[in-house]
Design a protein around this ligand. Structure first.
Ligand SMILES: Nc1nc2c(ncn2[C@@H]2O[C@H](COP(=O)(O)OP(=O)(O)OP(=O)(O)O)[C@@H](O)[C@H]2O)c(=O)[nH]1
Ligand SMILES: [Mg+2]
Length: 307
């Protein structure tokens, strides 16, 4: 027979268990906030040498992959927004619906700062690119057009959905090589973002997809993210209640930090006199080869960045 436990002892035990759990959750929340603040600080520091012009980051990809949603996620993470009301910077369309827009849209995303006198606000420009044509019929010229049709980007985020039919995904994954090589020919770096992360059921599936995408796009910068889910009735006039988790915010900030680093690299290459000389020499000797690079330099010149 079990000994009889006094009621007071039982109550004390329950109270201590609740206190321990609450303390653990509180410490975890603080640690998570500290890690996000640290990432934002690193982004602010990385942006300082790029002032006064924010990096232009193009978000590109096929239709309905989560481009606009990722833009909203990134803005939210950068601005440290935790309100349940979602501020939509870019409108999203439910899967299967017509795209919201066929033209690109630039959104300036400010990085939250701890405040204090003399702290200059810093930002990144996120370009929500129009969707690429269907993967099966897409050509390199389509990718060129998608890049040229936007303000000169300095880094490219390629958004790709984990969900959807396996056949469509296989065709799209094969096209990553073409997309990434066109982007690189312009001297730009590419970061791949795989949305709808929750559809992947286990670690093995995740690793296999990551390996294949990294191989096809020839980059190690492959991130998985779960953006918010919009209901089919989402409207910019009636914001939805939403809550991004810590992982989503952390991944979004890590991606932006990576893009800022790539922009620094890009600017240091495109603005150094030696690289300018080399690229103009290349453009003269092999115009087809380096046409895109010289177009980027022209874009910089027109913005008075090359003195
Ligand atoms: N579950 C889930 N849904 C997502 C995610 N990202 C986007 N969505 C949903 O997928 C749909 C399409 O997302 P969009 O952000 O509009 O995709 P897009 O690539 O901008 O689409 P187009 O501009 O039309 O090419 C919307 O209903 C989003 O709510 C994600 O990571 N997880
Ligand atoms: Mg969109």
């Amino acid at each position: 027979m079990l000994p009889k436990i006094p009621m007071t002892l039982l109550l004390r035990f329950t109270a201590s268990a609740i206190t321990a759990t609450a303390t653990f959750l509180f410490i975890r929340r603080i640690r998570r906030e500290i890690s996000l603040s640290a990432l934002r600080r690193q982004i602010r520091e990385a942006l300082q040498p790029l002032l006064p012009r924010p990096p232009s980051i193009l978000i590109m990809g096929f239709r309905s992959q989560g481009k606009s949603s990722f833009l909203n996620t990134a803005c939210r993470a950068l601005a440290s927004e935790s309100d349940p009301i979602l501020l939509l910077r870019a409108e999203t369309a439910p899967p299967g619906a017509a795209p919201v827009s066929q033209s690109s849209r630039i959104v300036r995303a400010f990085v939250a700062d701890p405040g204090g006198a003399g702290v200059e606000p810093v930002a990144v420009d996120l370009i929500d690119g129009p969707p690429l044509p269907d993967a099966a019929g897409m050509t390199r010229a389509d990718v060129e057009a998608a890049i040229v049709g936007t303000p000169a980007p300095e880094c490219v985020i390629l958004v790709f959905r984990c969900s959807g039919s396996l056949k469509e995904r296989a065709i799209a994954v094969k096209k990553l090589t073409d997309i990434a090589s066109v982007v690189r020919e312009r001297g730009l770096h590419v970061v791949v973002v795989l949305t709808h992360k929750r559809v992947l059921r286990n670690m093995k599936q995740t690793e296999e997809l990551q390996r294949e995408v990294a191989f096809r796009a020839r980059t190690d910068c492959v991130y998985f993210v779960e953006n918010y889910t919009a209901s089919p009735n989402i409207s910019i006039h009636h914001p939805t209640t939403i809550k991004n988790d810590h992982d989503t915010n952390f991944t979004a900030l890590s991606i932006i930090r990576q893009c800022v680093e790539f922009t620094r690299l890009y600017r240091s290459h495109t603005t150094s006199p030696k690289s300018l000389f080399m690229s103009s020499a290349l453009a003269t000797s092999a115009p087809g080869l380096n046409k895109s690079m010289s177009r980027n330099i022209d874009a910089f010149r027109s913005q008075d960045l090359l003195k």
